[in-house]
Design a protein around this ligand. Structure first.
Ligand code: PBG
Length: 332
């Protein structure tokens, strides 16, 4: 910051705000469709596009419809898509074997997208919650989430995704040691170019509520995730987690949720300078949609303002359900 500033009236800060031309010249941050990673939900079936009641405007798609979404994203200038599976209770097991099934919805979707839109960057989610009968991100034994056995499973899951053609592996589980283990697994199998975007600072948050409906986990989840996801009161701990994940081989890091944790985004970017992403999560999305539907706010303007906040806070990119709507608006 330049500390030199003349006193009023020599300095009138409003001079630089008097019209759009000058505001454009001094604007510090920009949003572009290439900043977005679009999270999408993939489910079984064919030709299926199904509304998600807790997330107005967001749908679950069968693999063929996911391919159409990838084409839409490409045409809008969105470079990356992130896949989450919807799994009904009948598809979930205690051993979570669906997570490393080469034919699960996500792995089939990766292959289909890569065949149809090879330039689309495909990111995946690595965690057991969408395959687990009890909705937790790790194996549960005697009521405890067990770390090291979960990490072994996460490596198997990641390798299947890499074999299917995933570009970015996104471990969202918060187990200790998983980044190093996944990186070693990828290197050992020749996936040198597969990237890891670590959900490094992921908080135990009530803002994930609508997502758990979207993936079918709400009915499944027993208890909470506080023994592995972060305490929302903590900030220094986020830096320790990011440092740890970068030292284990993460290429990029994420802060999650987004808007309530912009202070963490800024600290992470300033401390490490690594590619830093924020996840504008389901609850943030649904709050804006609900307030707009009630006529309380202007949806488009609040959407764009909330997305710009991430750039201002130092983020390089944003995972957001608004990706196609915002990209369309940016195109004019
Ligand atoms: C689970 C996972 C969650 C989200 C992404 N991956 C939920 C959770 O941790 O319970 C939340 C995303 C959102 O709310 O939009 N591994």
């Amino acid at each position: 910051m330049n500390p030199i500033q003349a006193a009023y009236p020599a300095t009138r800060l409003r001079r630089l705000r008097q019209n759009e031309g000058i505001r454009g010249l001094v604007r510090e941050n920009y949003l572009s469709a290439s900043d977005f990673i679009w999270p999408v939900f993939v489910r079984s079936g064919e030709g299926v596009v199904e509304e998600i009641p807790s997330m107005p405007g967001v749908v679950r798609r069968s693999v063929d419809k996911i391919v159409e979404a990838a084409i839409e994203a490409r045409d809008l200038g969105i470079g990356a898509i992130c896949l989450f599976p919807y799994t009904g209770l009948e598809e979930r097991t205690e051993d979570c074997a669906g997570a490393w099934d080469p034919e699960n919805h996500v792995n089939r979707a990766i292959r289909a997208i890569k065949a149809a839109v090879p330039e689309m960057v495909v990111m995946t989610d690595v965690a057991l919650d969408t395959y687990n009968i009890n909705g937790h991100d790790g194996f549960v034994v005697d009521g405890q989430i067990i770390n090291d056995k979960t990490v072994e499973a996460l490596v198997k899951m990641s390798l299947e995704q890499a074999r299917a053609g995933a570009d970015i592996i996104g471990p969202s589980d918060m187990m200790d040691g998983r980044i190093g283990a996944i990186r070693a697994g990828l290197e050992a199998e020749g996936h040198q170019n597969v990237m890891i975007l670590s959900y490094a600072a992921k908080y135990a948050s009530a803002f994930y509520g609508p997502f758990r409906d979207a993936v079918g986990a709400s009915g499944a989840l027993t208890g909470d995730k506080k023994t592995y996801q972060m305490d929302s009161a903590n900030s220094d701990e986020a830096l320790r987690l990011v440092a740890r994940d970068l030292s284990e081989g993460a290429d990029m890091v994420m802060v999650k949720p987004g808007l309530p944790y912009l202070d963490i985004c800024r600290r992470v970017k300033d401390a490490f300078g690594a590619p830093t992403f924020a996840y504008q999560v389901s609850g943030e999305y649904s709050m804006i949609k609900a307030a707009a539907a009630a006529g309380m706010i202007d949806e488009e303007r609040v959407m764009m303002e909330s997305l710009m906040a991430f750039k201002r806070a130092g983020c390089d990119g944003i995972l957001t359900y608004f990706a196609p709507a915002a990209a369309r608006l940016l195109r004019g």
